[in-house]
Design a protein around this ligand. Structure first.
Ligand SMILES: [Cu+2]
Length: 464
């Protein structure tokens, strides 16, 4: 848990003044629009039955004895949330993962806002420019707070969304629990220096292998988010035809049948699932990565077949985004490496106490008022190509805040031109990601395996 000192508190309140004065950026994403009634999100300690061993204590959520709510927003319409922090000795923030919103709403302590201390609150208000499947989580003491429960899903609706017969949302995550159902140490340093520390109990929507009913022969929009701090999934559906329609909130250029798709922490997947015709038939969603294939959830066909056809589904509209000008784009090299240099700096937002990773040889010292210099300064409106190279023997879901990129090419495989905020980069892979620097502010770029993020694999871009 974060260590609070008087000195840190004073620093934070001084910063609060600086942020309160405003950065003076009028966002084209419509921060000035009238804010609606805010959704109240109360970060709190609760308990929850996650295993057969009885209720797990010290679970964190934004609701009592429930998982964080799935938040529904409308594309292009203002949204507001009032975060109240009643967790004990836990400063927090909310980051809206994948939403290209005003920098002051991005939820990164010190960089974009002061942290929200216990008994304090913060008002978030923004207009989501993109439709799709997104999620939200704290960006302060992230491993502990996300590990204990603070990960929720966001659905941004578009009036142009095609018609489905049902929608199922799955928040996929693990828990580090002992045999008594209580939390054990959130990480092991030797694992943080490798793939990360895995949970012991796997859940979908905080349940083990939940089953949902859906109309037989109907089309289900299945929205998945990997909100775990560590686990990479290889997804497969048995017993139903599953078509990939969107990845990371953005429609895929061409739909394709789901077959062993790898998705890392932070990533989302939208599937069009055509349910079996026979009442009672079950479709199974599985993770087949590693040696033990696991059932994630099941969908059971109910009623007489609707006899729908996936081919009848209208297309998802592309999200509004400027296309990068490749001919004039400036190249930014970004090398993801392991490093043992530099110690971790103690931080009010939690430090794991180790430095194992770096971007361009600079390990992030932690969420502090004095982070390292930006990885690069970008000019507002200009095009850039991020040349990301993974020289580690591990896979990293590298995530950019505030802006979407388009995948141009990979050194190791054929990649479709996906629009995304997260790229799962394999060992020895080089990938080119193109973007227009269209959103001013300081935007974090980090690995979403939270132990990697918190032990060095973090940096930021400054767009001015
Ligand atoms: Cu990583």
């Amino acid at each position: 848990m974060a260590v609070l000192t008087r000195r840190n508190l004073l620093k934070a309140s001084a910063l609060a003044g600086a942020y309160g004065a405003g950065i003076g950026i009028a966002s084209r994403f419509g921060l000035a629009a009238a804010a609606p009634e805010p959704l109240i999100l109360t970060a709190q300690t609760t308990e929850m039955k996650l295993t057969d061993a009885g209720p797990t204590k010290n679970v964190l959520s934004y609701a009592s004895r429930e998982m964080p709510p799935t938040i529904r927003m409308k594309q292009g319409e203002p949204f507001a949330a009032h975060l109240i922090n009643v967790m004990e000795n836990e400063p927090t923030t909310i980051h809206w993962h994948g939403l290209r919103i005003d920098n002051r709403m991005d939820g990164v302590p010190f960089l974009t806002q002061p942290y929200v201390y216990t008994q304090d609150s913060f008002d978030y208000s923004f207009t989501p420019p993109d439709a799709g499947t997104f999620w939200y989580h704290p960006h302060c003491n992230t491993l502990a707070q996300m590990g204990h429960g603070l990960t929720g899903m966001i659905i941004v609706e578009s009036p142009d969304d095609p018609d489905f017969d049902a929608e199922v949302t799955l928040n996929l995550r693990d828990w580090r629990l002992g045999g008594d159902g209580q939390f054990i140490a959130q990480f092991r340093p030797r694992d943080a220096a490798k793939a990360g520390t895995y949970g012991t109990v796997r859940t979908a929507n905080w349940q083990r292998e939940p089953q949902y009913d859906a109309p037989a022969g109907g089309l289900v929009r299945l929205r998945l988010a990997i909100t775990d701090v560590t686990r990479i999934y290889s997804l497969k559906v048995e017993g139903a035809e599953a078509t990939v329609i969107a990845i990371d909130g953005n429609p895929v250029p061409e739909r394709f049948p789901l077959d062993l798709l790898l998705l890392g922490p932070g990533q989302r997947l939208d599937l069009a699932l055509r349910m079996p015709d026979t009442e009672g038939a079950v479709a199974t969603i599985e993770d087949i990565r590693g040696t033990n294939p696991t059932t994630i959830a099941r969908l059971r066909a109910v009623g007489r077949s609707l006899k729908r056809d996936t081919g009848d589904l209208g297309r998802l509209a592309a999200n509004p985004m400027d296309k990068a000008d490749i001919s004039t784009a400036e190249q930014i090299p970004l090398i993801l490496s392991a490093t043992a240099e530099n110690g971790a700096v103690d931080s009010i937002c939690g430090s794991l106490g180790y430095s194992f990773w770096a971007i361009n040889k600079a390990p992030w010292p932690g969420d502090t008022p004095d982070p390292t210099a930006p990885l690069a300064e970008m000019k507002l409106g200009k095009s850039y190509i991020l040349n990301v190279e993974n020289v580690t023997p591990h896979t990293h879901p590298i995530h950019l805040h505030g802006m979407s990129f388009t995948v141009l090419s990979s050194s190791t495989r054929q990649v479709p031109p996906l629009v995304s905020d997260t790229y799962l980069i394999q060992p020895d892979e080089k990938v080119r990601l193109a973007l227009v620097a269209d959103n001013p502010g300081d935007w974090v770029f980090h690995c979403h395996i939270i132990e990697h993020q918190k032990t060095g694999m973090t940096g930021y871009f400054r767009v001015v």
